[in-house]
Design a protein around this ligand. Structure first.
Ligand code: B12
Ligand code: SF4
Length: 468
């Protein structure tokens, strides 16, 4: 039995004010509490007012034998400052870091003298295995899949990862270990016209597409929970926590269309009055009229589509290979059916020419999308584009602290950063200054009148005032 404190770090930024629960830590806690009688606490710095004070007080009061921390790459500076502070306050037990940053940059984690281990990829098996070995002082670290540690000579060792094949074996996240109200009533990714208690779900892991700018935390093989298992989670949240609105955050929920249809059928059969949204995106060219109707009947009112580029050449070179013609038809069908359609676009791909970027703008403007976001490529560590640029000597620093899709380093393609920013401004302008779109957004299924003004001013601000 060990006392384990799990912490999610947070940036103080207004841009990403969506509040999703720390699902990764809630899953790990569920496994730790299922297999052994550990005592586990979760602190989410995203919902603490005086973050470091709350964390240090918890360390003093709870006296954990192990601390596990979850961070994104944007939070790397916050993470390193936090571990230094924890050590300065006399904490000597192991500190283990996991999550997106540890998975993408295990070396950065292991070069922090205050951190003992990194867990790369999924944590539900590796973390309990590690705790087991450290607690019982028997077993070999080399035998744990997907961790990084320093050997006796101080060299960093990384063990090959193993993904969990049967996701139904993983218990549901421990909602009781977080302040659930803060998430169910907090700011969701997508705010509905009629507010409802909401919760985020992950129903599959991994994605078999090879987009050059995308992460690889869960591997390239699509693994999924069975429709029955997903329905059970929805029913618990529905009946025990009064959740009526579910945000599905999978990387590619519809990779297995049969499974997607079955999940919808189960929800429809249960006659559950719920709303579903897919803020993280569905693979648009894999949908058809029938599946869109089914998604709608099951309660779907918002789908993000991610063409990224309107240029077939860039589709090929960045590895997404979306069928652009089919995608336009699917977007139109979704909008006609009564689903809010959002589009994600990226400009500044390494091979991109002015003509390609023009095609992106024209795809967006000519589409029926209600809303769209235009980002400038930010090659995060752990992505194929990052590895290539590093090899070519075009990225030589690893400082991604606070670097997100809107706060990027530099340009890597034909257009310089100033030109990209002014083109991005043009995209927002041309996309939103449209009577049809204005009418559609206002009358669409999700955006409230008050939010409409907020979004409108937000996009105008981006379109007019954005500078490098
Ligand atoms: C929800 C979400 C958000 C939310 C909440 C983020 C957060 N802090 O948790 C919001 C909207 C705020 C957000 C914002 C951004 N996000 Co985001 N987001 C996601 C998303 C879609 C789901 C996260 C999730 O819940 N996953 C499900 C759980 C089960 O997985 P998990 O958290 O990774 O946990 C597992 C493992 O990582 C590991 N693990 C995690 N923590 C720990 C800790 C320990 C101790 C151990 C042992 C293991 C472990 O075990 C867990 C279970 O297997 C992911 C994509 C994805 N598929 O994960 C992107 C993702 C995490 N986001 C990403 C990015 C790039 C961003 C932004 C920079 C985008 C932007 N707008 O510019 C911002 C940055 C925000 C910030 N302020 O720093 C990248 C991260 C890349 C990186 N190297 O960090 C991802 C991977 C998406 C991508 N396409 O690349 N995001
Ligand atoms: S961007 Fe989407 S489709 Fe491409 S690899 Fe990532 S999750 Fe898969």
């Amino acid at each position: 039995m060990a006392r384990i404190l799990l912490i999610r770090t947070s940036l103080e930024d207004k841009f990403n004010c969506n509040l999703t629960p720390p699902l990764g830590l809630m899953y790990i806690a569920a496994v730790l509490l299922q297999n052994k009688k550990h005592a586990v606490r979760i602190i989410d710095a995203k919902v603490c007012k005086v973050k470091d004070k709350v964390i240090l007080e918890n360390i003093k009061g709870f006296n954990p034998e192990f601390i596990g921390i979850s961070s994104l790459t944007t939070e790397m500076e916050v993470l390193h400052n936090l571990t230094a502070e924890i050590r300065q306050h006399g904490y000597c037990n192991p500190i283990i870091v996991g999550g997106a940053h540890a998975s993408a940059c295990p070396e950065d984690i292991m070069n922090d003298p205050n951190i003992d281990f990194a867990v790369i990829g999924e944590g539900e098996k590796a973390f309990p295995d590690l705790i087991n070995i450290l607690e019982n002082k028997t077993g070999k670290l080399e035998e744990i899949g997907g961790i990084a540690f320093k050997n006796k000579c101080g060299q960093i060792k990384i063990t090959p990862g193993q993904n969990i094949q049967d996701l139904d074996q993983i218990p549901f996240p421990r909602w009781d270990l977080v302040e659930l109200d803060k998430y169910t009533k907090g700011r969701s990714f997508i705010r509905l016209k009629h507010s409802k208690l909401h919760m985020a779900l992950i129903t599959s892991r991994g994605c078999s597409f090879e987009c050059s700018f995308c992460h690889n935390i869960f591997g390239k093989k699509f693994r999924w929970r069975s429709p029955e298992n997903v329905l059970s989670e929805i029913k618990i949240l529905y009946h025990q926590h009064s959740i009526r609105y579910f945000e599905i955050l999978d990387d590619c929920f519809n990779y297995n269309i049969g499974r997607m249809n079955e999940i919808c059928d189960l929800i429809i059969r249960e006659k559950m009055d719920i709303t579903l949204t897919f803020p993280n995106g569905l693979r648009g060219d894999m949908l058809n009229d029938e599946s869109i109707n089914k998604l709608y009947q099951a309660g779907t009112r918002m789908i993000s589509f991610a063409p990224e580029s309107g240029s077939p050449d860039i589709q090929k070179s960045m590895g997404k290979n979306v069928n652009l013609l089919k995608l336009q038809q699917v977007i139109s069908k979704a909008v006609k059916t009564g689903i809010h359609a959002h589009g994600f676009f990226i400009i500044g791909f390494t091979e991109e020419k002015q003509d390609d970027i023009n095609k992106t703008l024209s795809f967006a403007v000519n589409s029926d999308l209600h809303t769209a976001a235009f980002y400038i490529l930010n090659p995060f560590p752990g992505t194929r584009v990052y590895e290539r640029l590093k090899k070519e000597g075009k990225i030589n620093v690893l400082n991604f602290s606070r670097k997100n899709y809107c706060n990027f380093h530099k340009a890597f393609g034909e257009l310089d950063l100033n030109s990209l920013v002014s083109f991005q401004r043009k995209c927002y302008f041309k996309f939103y200054i449209s009577e049809k779109r204005f009418f559609n957004i206002f009358n669409g299924p999700i955006i409230k009148a008050s939010d409409f003004l907020y979004y409108f001013l937000f996009f105008i601000k981006r379109a007019v005032f954005r500078t490098v």
